[in-house]
Each structure stands twice: as structure tokens, then as C-alpha cells.
Design a protein around this ligand. Structure first.
Ligand code: NDP
Length: 274
């Protein structure tokens, strides 16, 4: 039986950042399955290129570096002729110096019975640690959106039509995560709304998806007990599969969401309502 969703993105040209693994790879495969030609961008170009075969693309791109972003987007525009869809997926939860090592040490000491132990992050977070998380998780979204919109705006039609989907996090709503990460993800939701207002006259829609805990390589090495504790936070008592996040992204990227802009879809099993 033919998949009723196949072809929903036929003819579209899409870019997915941080697409070499996890949620980004699932998004890239889903957009391709629905008919889009997809450029997968990631730090390691070879890993990015391994996600999808030609005529899709895989390119090296560091979203913290404007020159790298602009070069990658120019290469995509050259190869594809246009960009219709951007998925800002690249993000990191933690970076050296952000205080999470001390936070986990405090948690372990508490678990070991040290009543005086504190699980602190902020007092240990260095400027470099703070900036490193925001450089990928927030600034990267801005840089890639700017590059994509410049290309959309330069089209013969003046940049009429397009979709940007930003990957936020349930952590942005619940506050349950590393402080710089939660801050960056909350800001991504603000950026989504501001860009939705700005770009509506061009017919470019900007929306966000907030995943809850999702079974990606981050979780693979963790003991089952830790996964179970995370799963217990959701009403559905499990982690999300990356394909469940990808489905929401494909919807927002498609014409099925033609009246959705500035909106956010939570895919978190009911872990948090907003
Ligand atoms: P992963 O860490 O599995 O994948 C992220 C990818 O982004 C990796 O391939 C990574 O490359 C790449 N990346 C890291 N830094 C950069 C950079 N500077 N430029 C380009 N690419 C980069 O993440 P997930 O799939 O788990 O998460 C994807 C998105 O979903 C993130 O924004 C995350 O915050 C969000 N999210 C994830 C949740 C989860 O439970 N997994 C929950 C809520 C939100 P490398 O491996 O080489 O570093």
C-alpha cells in the first residue's frame, strides 16, 4: 500500500543541521522519504554524507562558525538551486567548563549519603563553558537561519515561501537541564516567534518542535535504571523515538502546516504541558 504521506515534500530542498546522528539523522531521512532533496550538515562531513545517498548531500559545517555556515549554505544553494526548508537541529547539552562535572559529582556525593553535598552548576560554570553551549545551541540557530533566509530572499520570486523548523526542548519549558542549555533552548523559542513575525510577509513560516527525552546516542551508554527514571517523567513512561520527533518536523515543514507559524509542538509524552 502506498504511504499516504509520501511526496508531501516533493520538489522541496531541505537543510538539516547536526544531521549525522540521532534526531537530526531521523529528520533527514524522514524529509527525504517524503520527497525532499536533503542536505545533511554536521561537524564531520563524511558522517553527514553517510546518512543519505545521492542526490542528497552531506557536508561539513560547524554552526558556531559563520564562515563555515555561509560556505556550506552557498554549496547547498549551488547544488540544489534553492533552499525551501531549514531544520535547525544542531545543539549540545553541555561543554567542558560549564559546571556539569561538578554538578554530577555533587549528585553522586548526595546519593552516597553526604548530607552536606550540593549539586551546583552555576557557581562552577566558566565564561568559556557558558559560551560554548550557547554558541552551538542558540547562536548556531541564528547563523543558519540568516544564511538560509539570505538565499531564500535572493530568489527570483523575492523569497516567497519557505519553512524553518527549530528544535527546542522540553527543558526550555520545565527548566530541568543544564542552565546554559535551558537558557539557549528558551531563547530559541523566542527567536522562533520573532522570526515568524519578521518573515511572515515573505511567506516564510518559522516554528519549533520541543522533544522530550529521546532515545539518541546520548542515552545509549546510560544504565537502564537511568533511562527508566527519565522515562518515568513522561505520561507514556518511555523515551521518544527519534522518528516521532521527525514526524512533527516533517509536518511543520510541509504545506499541511501552511497556517502554522510562530508555533511550538511538544513531543514529550506529556512530560510537560505548555
Ligand atoms: P546528538 O548529540 O545525538 O546529535 C547532535 C549532532 O549535532 C551530532 O552529530 C553532533 O556532532 C552535531 N553537532 C554538534 N556540534 C555541532 C556544531 N557546532 N555544528 C554542527 N553540528 C554539530 O543530539 P540529539 O540527536 O540527541 O539532539 C538533537 C537536537 O535535539 C539538539 O538540538 C538537542 O538539544 C535536541 N533535544 C534532544 C533531546 C534528547 O533527549 N536527545 C531532548 C530535547 C531536545 P558530533 O557528534 O560530532 O559532536
Amino acid at each position: 500500500m502506498m504511504d499516504p504521506m509520501a511526496g508531501r515534500l516533493a520538489g522541496k530542498r531541505a537543510v538539516v543541521t547536526g544531521g549525522a546522528q540521532g534526531i537530526g539523522a531521523a529528520i533527514a531521512r524522514r524529509l527525504a522519504a517524503e520527497g525532499a532533496r536533503v542536505a545533511v550538515l554536521d561537524l564531520d562531513g563524511a558522517r553527514a554524507a553517510a546518512v543519505l545517498d545521492a542526490p542528497h548531500l552531506g557536508l561539513a559545517c560547524d554552526v558556531t562558525d559563520s564562515a563555515s555556515v555561509d560556505a556550506a549554505f552557498a554549496a547547498v544553494a549551488e547544488a540544489f538551486g534553492r533552499i525551501d526548508v531549514l531544520v535547525n537541529n544542531a545543539g549540545i547539552g553541555s561543554a567542558p567548563g560549564d559546571g556539569m562535572a561538578e554538578y554530577y559529582a555533587g549528585q553522586a556525593a548526595q546519593a552516597a549519603g553526604d548530607a552536606g553535598a550540593r549539586a551546583d552548576q552555576t557557581i562552577h560554570c566558566t565564561d568559556a563553558g557558558w559560551s560554548a553551549v550557547l554558541a552551538v545551541t542558540l547562536d548556531g540557530v541564528f547563523r543558519c537561519s540568516r544564511a538560509a533566509v539570505r538565499i531564500m530572499a535572493a530568489r527570483d520570486d523575492g523569497g516567497q515561501g519557505g519553512a524553518i523548523v527549530n528544535i527546542g526542548s522540553t527543558a526550555a519549558l520545565a527548566g530541568n537541564g543544564p542552565v546554559p542549555y535551558v537558557t539557549a533552548k528558551a531563547a530559541v523559542l523566542g527567536l522562533t516567534r520573532a522570526m515568524a513575525r519578521e518573515l511572515a510577509p515573505r511567506g516564510i513560516r518559522v516554528n519549533a518542535v520541543n522533544p522530550g527525552a529521546t532515545e539518541t546516542p546520548i542515552y545509549a551508554p546510560l544504565p537502564q535504571a537511568v533511562k527508566d527514571a527519565v522515562a518515568a517523567d513522561s505520561l507514556l513512561k518511555r523515551l521518544a523515538h527519534p522518528d516521532e520527533v521527525a514526524g512533527a518536523v516533517a509536518y511543520l515543514a510541509s504545506a499541511d502546516a501552511s497556517f502554522a507559524t510562530g508555533s511550538t509542538i511538544n513531543v514529550n509524552g506529556g512530560a510537560w504541558f505548555s
